[in-house]
Design a protein around this ligand. Sequence first.
Ligand SMILES: NC(=O)c1ccc[n+]([C@@H]2O[C@H](COP(=O)([O-])OP(=O)(O)OC[C@H]3O[C@@H](n4cnc5c(N)ncnc54)[C@H](OP(=O)(O)O)[C@@H]3O)[C@@H](O)[C@H]2O)c1
Length: 308
Amino acid sequence: MRVFITGGTGFVGTSLTRKLADQGHQVTVLDRTIKAAAEFPSTVSFIEADSTFRGPWQERAAGHELFINLAGASIFSRWNEKTKTAIRESRILTTNNLVEAISWNKNTDTRLFSTSAVGYYGFHEDEDLTEEVPPGNDFLASVARDWEAAANQAGTSQAKVIICRFGIVLGRRGGALQQMLPLYKACMGSPLGSGRQWFSWIHEQDLVNIFLFLIDQQDIEGPFNCTAPQPVRNSEMTRAIGAALGVPTLPLRVPGFLMKLILGEFGTILLEGQKVIPGRLAKLGFPFAFPTIQSALQDLLKRNSKDK
Ligand SMILES: NC(=O)c1ccc[n+]([C@@H]2O[C@H](COP(=O)([O-])OP(=O)(O)OC[C@H]3O[C@@H](n4cnc5c(N)ncnc54)[C@H](OP(=O)(O)O)[C@@H]3O)[C@@H](O)[C@H]2O)c1
């Protein structure tokens, strides 16, 4: 299949692009600067362009059959108006431009897999959140809602739209886990705030396999929670990282006010969470290789623990 990917050189995109190319798909990656082409199989093609602007890349994109939309500026920073604009516009403008390209495609069998995030649901206490729960009201929830709405516009040009609401992706080459590890390796890992907030996560390998699994299902549309079936509270996550690394964690909690002082509004998303359940994947029988946080961390950290 001819596959077009935005964000294909990012943390998730790199693994997904490689896997699709290994399976024989003809993959085209759109990137703002082509810096890592040598890391990919030679069958992968690259287009250098900024997806937030319309341009000739859209005509080249239009000829593909499957579209995967991963591009988006990182949310891991202290937010200000400028970073919030980048977080929003990198996603919405890219998606609008991609949807326009898809509308030029004469093929009626096109499909768009567009990313969203569990932040869509906003902050919740202990209730299980499956795909039909409505969006929240905070900044990330409003970005996710508008990002999904932009992707769903591709449905008006007969494309099937599948929305992948990612949990926090745990992996070896990037993402939240790698940002947390230095503190844990210094034996300074500890629960954040109350430690009771839910953390909905997914192992990077399961996430890539979810894409492959969903690509094989021809008749699906709409949102899928791409999270492990067993979300954990922040305090359990803390214990599990310490245990997988074989290091002690601090018995103290990092006070919430300190997190907000240091990280501003971004600190809030670490202090509050949501318990997201992959309802539709469970119904389709997706086989998770890493359903528990302990199994995921043992797999991801076995090499890291030797490095410490
Ligand atoms: N990782 C997670 O835990 C997680 C959780 C929920 C949702 N998601 C979403 O899943 C997607 C992929 O995540 P990831 O962790 O692989 O992200 P990533 O490593 O940060 O990669 C993001 C990609 O987006 C592109 N990008 C960044 N800023 C951009 C901008 N201003 N304009 C256009 N493109 C831009 C980057 O391209 P350049 O190389 O050109 O910078 C990169 O290829 C993101 O949209 C993210 O929000 C991720």
